[in-house]
Ligand binder design. Sequence first.
Ligand SMILES: *Cc1c(COP(=O)(O)O)cnc(C)c1O
Length: 367
Amino acid sequence: MPVPLLDVTREYKDLKDSIDSAIARVFEHGRFILGPEVKEFEQAVAEYSGTKYAVGVASGTDALLLSLRACGVKPGDEVITTPYTFFATVGVISRLGATPVFVDIEPDTYNIDPGKIEDAITEKTKAIIPVHLYGQMADMTRIMEIAGKYSVRVVEDAAQAIGSRHKGKRAGSIGDLGCFSFFPSKNLGGIGDGGMVVTNDEELAETVRTLRVHGSKPKYFHSIVGYNSRLDTLQAAVLLQKLPQLDRWHERRRANAVYYNKRFAGYPIVTPVEKEENYHIYNQYTIRVENRDELFSFLKERKIGCALYYPLPLHLQKCYEYLGYQEGDFPVAEEASRRTISIPIFPYLHKNEREEVAEAIIEFVKR
Ligand SMILES: *Cc1c(COP(=O)(O)O)cnc(C)c1O
């Protein structure tokens, strides 16, 4: 039986009536750009995340880009981040003419290693972007201490971590700004692209709000050069129907994780580590095995959904050759990209499906 890595249609079937009528309401009022649902959804996300402000934007990538702009990142600045993340985290740094500076990750959580950040700080450092990878928050306690000591901004890449917690605080609420993505594969997924910036700082919120409408304030008067980057009313309308389900969905993902952890115990499979001070929302359930590429082909052949997040760390990408990094510079990230594989964990995964996934993997490692 084929098992999908993610099937977004199951979520839709569950909420069909409320989603269909929310979409119909948007067609009826016709306010497709920054309509009433956008503000309503911004307020709901701010409340959910425990922040004062939220600004809807066109994607998670733009949430990061506009946040860095709000922090004043400009050509010549340096921004510290992890080489083991989705490309967008780093792409936005170079798009602003700033230089990405990489720091290796922790071997257990795959998040940026706070113990290695201080060595990377220079006079040019403007910001740090910790990424809450796979749905578990980076060590924000130590990151905020370092940022405070050197007066640099912190932009949380919480694209995979909306609702995740570190010492009781939700993702996005600890740094200067937090960035969410509503790409369909995230825990809170839209029906296309979408993103949001959250913050407790009124001035930063206002700057992001201005940047998303070409930097115009008031309309047709531009003090800064901005972007066209709004969250669609249609996306907000759909996401408003899904947000109340999110905590329940996190719990289902966590139950799937508990199941896999039990099944894989005693086998040569490294299962995800959830730190005591964290609440992991398992956007991905990512294991580490010795013969990763063989397992990948084995699962593909069985039609069991799986993916490699991420097969080549960013310091070794062709487009970043100019930064001058070499293989061996970030051994933990390099090892992770050779050994990790993500398997189905989504909330609507059936019990017999997760059993099939576990059995296939155990069969593989026993060979
Ligand atoms: C998905 C993702 C992004 C980008 O979000 P988009 O909405 O696809 O632009 C950025 N960073 C990380 C870590 C992501 O997983």
